[in-house]
Design a protein around this ligand. Structure first.
Ligand code: TPP
Ligand code: MG
Length: 308
């Protein structure tokens, strides 16, 4: 449980943690706890949020929080949920409030798209009553900005560095919400820290549904994306406004709600705001990658139905 110096009745994700200023994942954590309330058990794999919020013996969390290894947050959350269910059935003292407990995973994109995808798939397949939230900062930030399968093409990371021989990441970002959808989930949503009320509504809605749910939230990382801390929200908004990160809800496989745009902004506006894409505007061939990113935004617009 959390540190007694804070009033966890009011603040379930407390100040004093060590995340960078402008960290999208820290904002996500705050928004999540504001909706879930204290009766929540969160499992979290290793990653920036785990490292910055729980340096032993301190904790920023006012909810029950468990740290897992990188690859098994979903399996742990599923196990806890099943144990509670069983305790409830057997009338075990103290565990009869199963219906009021929120079982939540909060995990990075590396943990979700790559190394934990197997346990996430199993959790979704078995139908655990767990809300899995992925904060997507598009790389393995905690260990020094290595590319993940969520890294978009063109982004320079320490393992996809731009240079004479390379224009940055050259593999397309994995469409994780569609992979979740292929498991037949009742509720899937994407969100952005630029639209907190929208995200919170989605978390609230997801928690009302029994079974596995998946929400993916766009969470800029000033250190890894090389932008000023004060610009995190601006950049998150641009990702949506360009069509590069559409925000939508998918219920039983159908897209039911999309943040529509009157006029999509050109992707350049988003790309130029970040150091990780800087080379695209300097190096030979960069313009082709920018064009490709624009075609991804156009494809998203068509597939998700963003344009008004
Ligand atoms: C099996 C295993 N491999 C590698 C690591 C090292 N490691 C710890 S956190 C991390 C990156 C986490 O990336 P992500 O899930 O995207 O979260 P972020 O750090 O971006 O918040 C890595 C590679 C580990 N802890 N366990
Ligand atoms: Mg990450």
């Amino acid at each position: 449980m959390g540190d007694d110096r804070f009033n966890h009745e009011e603040d379930l994700f407390c100040p004093g943690h060590r995340a960078c200023p402008g960290c999208g994942a820290a904002l996500t954590s705050k928004f999540v706890t504001e909706v879930t309330g204290p009766n929540t058990i969160m499992s979290m794999p290793t990653g920036c949020m785990e490292v910055t919020t729980t340096p032993y013996p301190e904790s920023a969390w006012g909810i029950s929080w468990i740290h897992n290894i990188f690859e098994n947050a979903a399996a742990v959350a599923g196990g806890i949920e099943r144990a509670y269910r069983s305790f409830k059935r057997r009338g075990k003292k103290g565990y009869t409030d199963y219906d009021d407990v929120n079982f939540v995973v909060l995990a990075g994109d590396g943990a979700t798209f790559d190394i934990g995808i197997r346990s996430l798939s199993g959790m979704m397949e078995r139908g655990h009553d767990v809300l899995y939230i992925c904060y997507d900062n598009e790389a393995y930030m905690n260990t020094g900005i290595q590319r993940s399968s969520s890294t978009p093409i063109g982004a320079s990371t320490t393992t996809s560095p731009a240079g004479k021989e390379s224009l940055g990441e050259d593999i397309h970002k994995k469409d994780m919400p569609s992979i979740a959808a292929a498991h037949g989930l009742e509720y899937i949503a994407t969100a952005s820290i630029a639209y907190p009320e929208d995200f919170k509504k989605k978390v609230e809605k997801a928690l009302e549904i029994e079974g596995p749910k998946y929400i993916q939230i766009f969470a800029p990382c000033p250190r890894g994306w090389r932008h000023e801390s004060k610009n995190s929200i601006k950049i998150a908004r641009l990702a949506v406004e360009t069509g590069l990160y559409p925000i939508y809800e998918m219920e039983n496989g159908e897209i039911t709600n999309v943040k529509k745009l009157k006029e999509r902004k050109p992707v350049e506006e988003y790309l130029k705001a970040q150091g990780r894409f800087k080379h695209l505007f300097k190096q030979e061939g960069g313009d082709k990658v920018v064009e490709e990113l624009q075609s991804i935004a156009d494809h998203n617009a068509k597939k998700i139905g963003i344009d008004k």
